[in-house]
Design a protein around this ligand. Structure first.
Ligand code: 13P
Length: 210
């Protein structure tokens, strides 16, 4: 896809996320890697009403070349790309069930979700919890950077999920799976659950490496 097609794709996917209640207000941001930099959604923009022409264009050092002022989470996105050379897109949301889980006490910080479904294992994998830092703070980007080499999906404590994918479609599919898994986890709280076994998880990781 050329840059203009990627701009259109960001706006189309942003609207789809917004229309289905996965993004609200000015929460969330989307970036896509280009050969010599990134496209990044502007700060304080609504993902449901993005103007493709005003999406921020950053150079390979993260400097703004054109478009509106980029997201305050730009450092966080770039930290993901720096640690994950195969990443083609990064999506951050404040989707309600994932945020609810991010506020729970006593989570396993290296693997937030119990292994309840095959698709959660295949698309989210081991979800790491990033300790709380204020939105847009460089300390948050640094905390993400420390985990990004091993985890393409992380959950910012008391904030929301961040997912990297080889393409924007892959990143969005994975963050939607993450949101659904968070919803299932909350639905199943207090119930007797049959988890996937370690062998079943290992087999999924062999068949569908992520
Ligand atoms: P921006 O509006 O700067 O992209 O920030 C939104 C957000 O989700 C912060 O975490």
């Amino acid at each position: 896809m050329n840059e203009n097609q990627l701009r259109e794709q960001i706006a189309t996917i942003g609207k789809s996320l917004y229309d289905r209640g996965l993004a609200h207000g000015s929460a969330g941001n989307i970036s896509v890697k280009l050969t010599d930099g990134w496209l990044m959604t502007p700060t304080n923009s609504c993902l449901g009403r993005l103007d493709p022409a005003r999406i921020s264009r950053l150079d390979a050092s993260g400097n703004l070349l054109s478009g509106d002022k980029p997201s305050k989470e730009t450092f966080l996105h770039i930290a993901m790309y720096r640690e994950r050379q195969t990443a083609g897109a990064v999506v951050h949301l404040h989707s309600v069930h994932a945020v609810a889980v991010s506020c729970l006490d006593g989570l396993d910080s290296g693997d937030v979700f119990p292994s309840i479904t095959a698709y959660a294992v295949m698309q989210v994998g081991k979800l790491a919890l990033v300790p709380y830092h204020p939105p847009g703070d460089e300390s948050l980007a640094e905390a993400v950077r420390k985990l990004a080499g091993k985890h393409h999906a992380v959950l910012l404590a008391n904030h929301g999920p961040v997912v990297a994918g080889s393409s924007l479609d892959a990143a969005v599919n994975a963050i939607e799976e993450l949101e659904q898994t968070a919803k299932l986890m909350l639905l199943l709280r207090g119930q007797a659950v049959r988890h996937l076994t370690a062998e079943q998880v290992a087999e999924l990781n062999r068949r569908f490496p992520n």
